[in-house]
Structure formats: C-alpha cells, structure tokens
Ligand binder design. Structure first.
Ligand SMILES: C[S@@+](CC[C@H](N)C(=O)[O-])C[C@H]1O[C@@H](n2cnc3c(N)ncnc32)[C@H](O)[C@@H]1O
Length: 504
C-alpha cells in the first residue's frame, strides 16, 4: 500500500519533475504504435522500445507503467533524491536481491479541462498487464475510460464544495479541487483512500478531505454545491463464485446501487447544486429503463437530465465485464461466470443494459422544471476542453428559455451557434430539398431535423431581428398565417436553444 510520508513524497515529486516524467516524454520514448498496443493490453512493443534506454524516464516508465523489475542502481539513478530506500518506504517497490520490483502503477496524466491544460502523476494498483494474471478483488483502478468521461463532463465553474463519492485513486477529486474551495472524497476501500491521499500529496493538492464509508454515509446531514461520482455501477451476480471487485461492484442486486446514488442525491445538494454521475440501468421485460430511472427521481424535487450513450444486450455486457476482471474467454472459469451472469439477468427479466450520463440539479428556488431523458447513442462533437462547458450551457439555456413566455421569446433576437452547419439532401433534379438537418460540430454532436418554416427561421437568426419579426417575414413568404407559424416553430426553437444550436 502507498504510504503518505510528506517528506519522501516531496523528494519523489522533485525526481519526477527532473526526469522529466511526463505523458509526452513517455509517449516519445516508445512511440504511438507501442502506446496503442499498451492500450490494448500488450506491453511487448513498449518493452522492446525502452530496453536500450538508460534515461531516467525509461527506467520510471519500465517500472511504473510496464510493471517490470529494474536493477536497483538504475532506479537509484532515476530517483536521485528519493533513492531506492525511499521508494521502498513509500510502498512503490520492494527489493528482491539487486532488483527493484514495482508494487504500484505510477504514471503521468495530462489533461485539458475548462480551466486549461494540466498534468498530474497518478498512483494506482498494478493492472493485469503488469501482474500477468487477473486483478484481485480489492484492486484500485487508475485513470480509465469512465474516469476520463466523467472528468470531461464535470461542470467547472467556481464553487465552495464538491463531494466525490467513490474516489478510487482520487482523479475526480483532483479535477474538482481545480474549481472548488473544498472537496470531500469518500470510498469504502481504505486502500483506495490511501492511494488517493498519496496522489493529492504528490500533486500538491491540500484542499481534499478523505473520508471512509459507504455511499452518502460519511456525509450524513451535509450538502454540497457539486456531487461527482463514477460509482461502482457494474451489474454483478450476487453469487459466491463470482468475484466482487470493489472498484466496480457496489455489492447490490442489479442497478440498485445507481438507484441509491441518484435517489439520495437530493438530500446532499445545496440549493442550485449539481450532481453528475455515470450509471448503468436495466431494461426489464416490458419496462423501459427510462421509466425505472424516472421512478428513482420521483419525489426528489430535482431537475434531471439523463443521456443514455449505449445499450448492450445481457450476453455482451457479461462478456465485457468478465473480461475486464482479467478472466480470459474460452476458459472454464469464464464460462462458469458467464452462466452466472446470464442467470442473474434472466431472474429479473433483463433484456438490455443502458449506460450513460446523469446530471441532477436542486433548483435554487421553486419546483424542478427540467426532466430530460434522452438517447444519444452516436458519436459526440469535438470538445477539446471536455463536455462540461456544454453541460453548464445546457442547464443555463434551459433556465433562460424557461423564464421567457412565448411572447417574450418572440421579442428576443437569437443567433445560430458558431459550430452549427445545415445539411440538405435533394432528389436528383429537384429544386427543393427532401431532407434538411442542422448539425452540431461540438457538444453532443447532435443532428436536428428541420421543416420548411423552422429552416427559414433559423437561417435568418443573425442576432439582429427579433424571432417574432423573422416569423412574420417567413409567414409572408410562405403565404401562411403569422400566428400559426410562430406557434409551429416555437417548440423547435426552444429545443434548439436548450441543445445549443441557437443562443439568446
Ligand atoms: C469505478 S471506481 C471510480 C474511481 C474514481 N472515482 C474514478 O472516477 O476513476 C468506483 C469507486 O467506488 C468505490 N466504492 C465501491 N462501493 C462503494 C460504496 N458503497 N460507497 C462508496 N464508494 C464505493 C470503489 O472502491 C471505487 O474506488
């Protein structure tokens, strides 16, 4: 386990800076192809690429990314201030004769968020690639795909307090600490909390308080401006023969853990506070998953925006998560687990498992007005600084258009967002298009189908003329009633405002 010794951690930080041990220097060391192979779980190309290098970055990457032993004098040279003894005292390596054997993964993590670019070093448990066998049940995950997704979604405006529920290696808490005065990070795993403390200290972040306990237990009676959680949402059969990985399995049946995180959020959000999490939800015989999610939100008084990104069938879901634990397909062990998973899904009549993003908000005053459950299964737009800006803009745009009566909206000038293009399709030889779509380059990369009137109105939204005046001109052109045209386009205009195609 990592040990939080401030003096030794400061020495480690100095050595990592000096190496320099960065995402760029590591990638330059073994190149893009080897980096891709590593992402596929193959370390051989990277190992071959570093085998002849003596540079400190090569030694550090060999030990702490590839998980290979290095000669102790080599590690001593790469960590001149900390030394091999210091690395051993921190729990990073153990000495085996003249070899330093890595005990943890420690790698640079570069990112860009709403506040700009940055980088940290993140320690976590060694993964399957380094261990050469399935990971243990108390494994503490590093920065994975889901971690990156949630971090990118995080609304980044300045706030007082953030709760990171299920902090793991602490990656969300570190991101939250960039825009919050104070962060509380919780976990049931003492090992995770120790690694997260280590990472906060290594990266010089002193505003995170770590607490042990399940779900909202450690913050009973407290409210936060933000809650973020990449919870252990993976649906796992409750059977003795199925491993229960702390990092992904909350120990409840089906999607009950996600239901708890969602339904109890209201008690821990300050007025105006926003909770953002990832989750899985089950489709059961004849019951749409969104009806079940809506049920979890009933009586919460929260605004809710749920984006489902994909749905997997039970077999694919089982295969994905059994393999994720390091169990290889076409083995007896795999088949036994596969059977348990399919039995478990069959018991509840599960026909599909949805995955997606959840944003909940406690209204600053009054009743909730936002209830948006939508399926966006395609690719996203281009968002170099993450989707968080888009999430904040969507909530703000919802409020702004909600506050406008139809008459007030008609009196307002609108402008088409800079990333929007229009696509028209024609039957060969026809003058008029048969299909017209608006496309969004950023954000959620949405497509919105247009009718003739709405297309004409949107095309004239240049921020000068009020919407009502544009509708009047378009009605005149199309030779239809002005009031009827306005009533026809207003719902579409409101939707285009909320989804960021149009701006007030
Ligand atoms: C998927 S990991 C997320 C880690 C990290 N926040 C991230 O985004 O990469 C889920 C974390 O939740 C923790 N956890 C599991 N059950 C929990 C519970 N009942 N209450 C709080 N945390 C829990 C696990 O130990 C694990 O660290």
């Amino acid at each position: 386990m990592a040990r939080v010794n401030p003096d030794l951690i400061a020495r480690l930080r100095d050595d990592l800076f000096a190496a320099p041990y960065t995402a760029d220097t590591v990638e330059a060391l073994w190149g893009a192809d080897a980096a891709s192979a590593l992402r596929r779980g193959q370390r051989e190309p990277a190992r071959r690429a570093v085998s002849s290098t003596t540079a400190p970055v090569g030694t550090l990457a060999t030990a702490f990314v590839l998980g290979l032993p290095v000669a102790a004098p080599r590690l001593e040279a790469a960590l001149p201030s900390l030394g091999v003894d210091g690395a051993s005292a921190l729990g990073l390596v153990r000495l085996d004769g003249d070899s330093a054997v890595p005990l943890l993964d420690l790698r640079p993590h570069a990112f860009v968020d709403a506040l700009g670019a940055g980088s940290w070093w993140i320690a976590s448990d060694l993964g399957e690639v380094a261990l050469r066998h399935a990971i243990p049940e108390n494994h503490v995950l590093g920065v994975g795909g889901a971690s990156l997704t949630l971090a990118a979604l995080m609304v980044g405006d300045k706030v007082d307090s953030v709760l990171d529920l299920g902090t793991g290696c602490g990656i969300q808490a570190l991101h939250a600490a960039r825009h919050a005065k104070r962060v509380v990070a919780t976990d049931i795993s003492e090992r995770a909390l120790e690694l997260a403390r280590f990472n906060a200290a290594l990266n010089g972040v002193a505003t995170i308080e770590f607490r042990s306990g399940s779900l909202y237990e450690p913050v009973a009676g407290e409210r936060f401006d933000r809650i973020v959680s990449n919870p252990p949402f993976v649906i796992t059969p409750r059977s003795e023969q199925v491993p229960s990985y702390e990092y992904r399995d909350g120990g409840l049946v089906g999607d009950a853990l996600v239901a708890s995180v969602i339904s109890e959020a209201a008690q821990h959000l300050a007025p105006g506070g926003v909770a953002q999490l990832l989750g899985n939800w089950e489709y059961r015989d004849g019951v749409d998953a969104f009806d079940r999610v809506a049920g979890w939100l009933e009586h919460s008084g929260l605004d809710a925006w749920i984006v489902e990104r994909e749905v997997q069938d039970p077999a694919l879901y089982a295969e994905t998560w059994i393999r994720d634990g390091g169990i290889l397909p076409r083995t007896d062990e795999f088949d036994v687990l596969y059977d348990s998973w399919l039995d478990d899904f069959a018991e509840r009549g599960v026909t599909g498992i949805g995955f997606g993003y959840v944003a909940l908000r406690r209204p600053a005053a009054g009743a909730a007005t936002l209830r948006r459950l939508e399926r966006l299964h395609g690719g996203l737009g281009n968002n170099p600084a993450g989707l968080g800006v888009q999430v904040a803009a969507t909530l703000a745009a919802h409020d702004a258009q909600e506050a406008l009566t139809d008459a007030a909206l008609a009196a307002t000038a609108l402008v088409v967002a800079a990333d929007v293009t229009e696509e028209r399709h024609y039957w060969p030889g026809d003058e008029d298009p048969t299909v017209m779509d608006l496309r969004q380059g950023g954000g959620f990369g949405r497509t919105y189908p247009l009718g003739t009137a709405l297309a004409a109105v949107v095309g004239a939204c240049d921020g000068e003329l009020a919407l009502g005046a544009i509708c009047s001109a378009v009605a005149h052109l199309l030779e239809v009633d002005e009031g009827e045209l306005l009533a026809e386009v207003l719902p579409g205009v409101r939707e285009l405002l909320v989804t960021g195609f149009l701006r007030l």
